[in-house]
Design a protein around this ligand. Structure first.
Ligand code: DGJ
Length: 380
């Protein structure tokens, strides 16, 4: 009998140890195939992450084997640990029949981001939309909404941004210069005079009436619940930061220009110790280029340019990738993860992901390549 109770207590002890022991963190290997719960490479490119009630939701573009056009729609994957991902399917599918729909199959849907609105309890998705067979000319922003993070998202509308409205911080002098700029005087692109005119707002003025262009984009919710839309505007030459309405479904008209004529794409933003950090790329299509970084004490600026945050071999090409998001990992202290895409335009579905920890030296972020790392890299 005593032997029986002895064995029983050993069994109970072992059981309690195994229950309290955490599963070891799994490695993150950038550039490799990342299988989902069905063993299929995750298809969520140009993506972003939302953490909601203990689960991470990863939204991104579904890419097919032969084209970067939207054949399926916006995908969602969910995970508790950032390494095991369940395919939740196309949460905003393309429209298959209604040819008048903005999101008819064959359009371009890029860089979707989803944020949660605490007041309305809705999940709001914005993405870059190009109309079918119009190349990249439309440069529209589209919005969709859902009651659940896993959709279905209801498509609302698309358009250019803030028609008829100038940046709120434009000075009287800048306004006077803008009034003198004439498109017909700058027919030749890329000359010093043309750059100067772009800097002063030549394309801002060109698009004033119909609304500003928006291609690569990001969303950011600040500590006070206000949300911002950050996008490559003015033919990808100048970034804009625009405030969203309280329900996050439209723009308030308040916006600023960032790095005019600087040619920035792929903005990814995070906030640490009251400082806003933005990592961007240059504009070289699907080819990688050198990342850029900016910081500001307020979302409205002034924004200061820093050197490339990537260091070490291949850092001049962002390790072969292009920024898409920075995730602030809520369960860890000062844990910020840089997310980027390695595009594969010849077989878009084979595009890969780069996830690397953001490290800090004297408060300045930097990123170095790691073949393999785990989330234990960050302190609890
Ligand atoms: C680079 C952008 O960052 C991508 O999202 C995509 O728009 C490609 N350009 C298209 O060439």
């Amino acid at each position: 009998m005593t032997r029986f109770y002895g064995l029983l207590s050993i069994c109970l002890f072992l059981l309690s140890v195994s229950c309290t022991q955490k599963e070891p963190a799994k490695p993150i290997r950038s550039g490799e195939i990342w299988p989902d719960n069905q063993g299929v490479h995750i298809n969520a490119h140009g993506g972003g992450m939302l953490y909601h009630e203990g689960t991470y939701y990863w939204y991104g573009e579904n890419k097919s084997d032969s084209t970067s056009k939207a054949m399926v729609g916006i995908m969602c994957y969910s995970s508790k640990n950032l390494t095991d991902w369940k395919n939740e399917g196309a949460v905003l599918p393309v429209e298959l029949n209604d040819t008048t729909s903005d999101i008819i199959q064959g359009c371009i849907m890029e860089r979707p981001k989803v944020i949660y609105n605490e007041k309305t309890k809705k999940f709001v998705m914005w993405f870059h939309l190009e109309l079918k067979d119009k190349g990249y000319a439309a440069a529209r922003s589209a919005v969709a909404v859902s009651d659940l993070p896993t959709g279905p998202f209801q498509y609302l509308r698309s358009g250019r941004i803030n028609p008829g409205i100038l940046p709120f911080d434009i000075t009287a002098d800048q306004r006077n210069i803008l009034d003198t700029l004439q498109l017909e005087h700058f027919k030749e692109w890329w000359t010093p005079a043309w750059y100067e005119a772009i800097d002063k707002g030549l394309f801002l003025k060109r698009d004033l009436e119909g609304g500003q262009m928006a291609r690569d984009m990001q969303l950011f919710v600040d500590d006070d619940g206000k949300a911002y839309h950050i996008y490559s505007s003015e033919d990808n030459l100048t970034l804009h930061i625009a405030e969203l309405s309280e329900d996050y479904l439209s723009h308030t008209g308040k916006y600023v220009r960032l790095a005019p004529a600087g040619h920035n794409e792929a903005p990814a933003i995070f906030k640490k110790d009251g400082i806003y950090w933005m990592i961007t790329s240059g504009c070289t299509g699907w080819d990688p280029n050198e990342a850029r970084m900016f910081s500001a004490p307020s979302i409205w600026g002034p924004w200061t340019k820093h050197p490339n945050p990537c260091i070490g071999p291949n850092s001049e090409l962002t390790f072969g990738g292009q920024s898409t998001f920075v995730l602030n990992i809520p369960s860890k202290k000062n844990a910020y993860m840089f997310m980027a895409d390695i595009w594969r335009p010849k077989k878009p579905s084979d595009a890969r992901y780069i996830w690397l920890p953001i490290q800090f030296k004297d408060g300045i972020p930097y990123i170095e390549w790691m073949d393999s790392w785990t989330l234990d890299f960050f302190n609890e």
